[in-house]
Design a protein around this ligand. Structure first.
Ligand SMILES: [Zn+2]
Length: 87
């Protein structure tokens, strides 16, 4: 799975693209696919992976922890704070 964004000459978003690999996600329950999609949209908006394995955010790099262990499939307050810091 990956995401990228492009910007126009004024540094405004021109386009954001997210790709989900159904080879992996078709075996996921709907809420886990949502977790992956929200994570990738976070990347498209400019958020980086959170490498702290105990991070309780949608940007935690590990879907096994993020969804399978702590059941996060929606953005959390730390994710919102990250977006607010960027914009
Ligand atoms: Zn990521």
């Amino acid at each position: 799975m990956y995401s990228y964004s492009t910007y126009d000459a004024n540094a405004y978003f021109a386009k954001a693209t997210c790709h989900l690999n159904i080879h992996y996600t078709n075996g996921y329950v709907q809420a886990k696919r949502q977790s992956v999609a929200m994570h990738e949209i976070g990347h498209a908006l400019g958020l980086a992976d959170i490498r702290d394995p105990n991070s309780k955010t949608i940007m935690n790099y590990s879907p096994a922890y993020r969804y399978d262990q702590i059941k996060i499939s929606r953005i959390q307050q730390d994710d919102i704070s990250g977006i607010n810091a960027i914009y």
